[in-house]
Design a protein around this ligand. Structure first.
Ligand code: G5P
Ligand code: MG
Length: 225
């Protein structure tokens, strides 16, 4: 990799952050840090913090900023000298400012997915509660219906993925994300992608990152003489 690269991916619940982050991590060899994953890890560890976090995540409420920064920033401090991608963090202006104090992002991907698409996806979503692995009937279905691929344990559906709860979550997401998006826009690092299918959005993100993360060695020759 030519130079260190620090990026974040933002988007409402179910917008494809996790799916696209995995593709970016695989294609470009970035370390991939998911806030949702670390929260679920702390819940599974059943620590004092984990028990508190659970009360928020269970209700799909935002975990307080100081808890999130306390969870994410020390991990990033350990990754000095590495390129990385953040999935789901920062999600509020306070989190973005705390991150800015640690380092400057090179690029932020924002996913704009229509509400109807999110509703359909999340109502089709099944989760393995112990690991947080997510399946989607039709797009990313389990090998055996209703069972986790790795453990064979039963999959569940969240009450929060029901339409009324989802609408409230999406409205809240928009309100909280707007100042963060405005901040990154003002820094000139925001790239927004709209669409209803991850497979159609991915080639655009792949092309963008191919230019930035691994600039072609003949980049100088392609400039207009
Ligand atoms: P998470 O874990 O970050 P959410 O709710 O933000 O959770 P989620 O559900 O993980 O986001 P995603 O990662 O954006 O969604 O999307 P995904 O998992 O890739 O795709 C969603 C589903 O659609 C999957 O089943 C996937 O297979 C399918 N899919 C993807 N693309 C397509 C497609 O093109 N077609 C179809 N048909 N299907 C597709 O955070 C969890 C909780 O932790 C807290 C919050 O409480 C949050 O609710 N939290 C924070 N709180 C405060 N600050 C933070 N920074 C926080 N981070 C997390
Ligand atoms: Mg996710």
């Amino acid at each position: 990799m030519a130079k260190l690269f620090r990026a974040a991916i933002m988007g409402p619940p179910g917008s494809g952050k996790g799916t696209i982050s995995k593709r970016i991590a695989e294609s470009f060899g970035l370390q991939y840090l998911s806030s949702g994953h670390y929260l679920r890890e702390s819940i599974a560890a059943n620590t004092e913090a984990g028990v508190m976090v659970k009360t928020y995540v269970e209700r799909s409420m935002m975990v307080p900023d100081h808890v999130m920064t306390g969870l994410m920033l020390p991990r990033l401090e350990q990754l000095i000298g590495h390129s990385w991608l953040l999935d789901g963090f920062p999600r509020t202006l306070t989190q973005a400012q705390a991150l800015n104090n640690l380092c400057q992002l090179d690029l932020v991907i924002s996913l704009n997915i229509p509400y109807e698409t999110l509703r359909e996806r999340l109502s089709d979503r099944w989760i393995h509660p112990a690991s947080g692995r997510v399946y989607n009937m039709g797009f990313n279905h389990p090998r055996v219906q209703g069972k986790d691929d790795i453990t064979g344990e039963p999959l569940i559906q969240h009450d929060d993925d029901k339409p009324e709860a989802l609408m409230a979550r999406l409205r809240h997401y928009k309100d909280v994300a707007k100042p963060v998006i405005d901040l990154y826009k003002s820094q000139g690092i925001l790239h927004s992608f709209s669409g209803t299918e991850t497979d159609r959005i991915w080639p655009y993100i792949n092309t963008l990152l191919s230019k930035i993360v691994m600039p072609p060695t003949n980049a100088r020759q392609t400039q207009t003489p």
